[in-house]
Design a protein around this ligand. Sequence first.
Ligand code: 5GP
Ligand code: ZN
Length: 119
Amino acid sequence: MAGEPQADCLFCKIVTGEVPATVVRETATTVAFRDINPQAPTHILVIPKAHYADAASLASAEPTLAADVLREAGEVAAEEKIDGSGFRVVFNTGAGAGQTVFHAHAHVLGGRGLQWPPG
Ligand code: 5GP
Ligand code: ZN
C-alpha cells in the first residue's frame, strides 16, 4: 500500500531507529537528521515517516505530508540559523539526478555560499 514501510529501505530504518542517525527534529509525520556525508556546513535531510520513492510521488499521494516536509525544511533552517544567509532545499529525483536513496527526502543545505546553477 502507498506509504507503507519498506523492509529494504534505509530511511524507513532511520524512522524506526533500526539504523541510528543524528536526529535534529521530529514531528508526528517527519524526521530531520544530519546527512552522513555533508556537502555544506549545514546539510540536513528531512523525510516523511511514510515511504514514498521520491518527492513527486509523495506530493501526488499525500500533498499535506509533502507540505509537512517543506515546512520542516524551513524550521530546520531557522534552528540551524541559515535562514538569514540563505539555504537551498533539493529533492534529487531519479538516479540520473543523483538520487541514491529511494525514500523521499529534502536536502537542506547552507552555511556557505551556494553556486547557481548547481552541477
Ligand atoms: P540522494 O543522493 O538520494 O539525493 O541523497 C541521499 C543522501 O543520504 C546522501 O546525501 C547520503 O550522504 C545520505 N545518506 C546515505 N546513507 C546515510 C545514512 O546511513 N545516514 C545518514 N544520516 N545519511 C545517509
Ligand atoms: Zn522508506
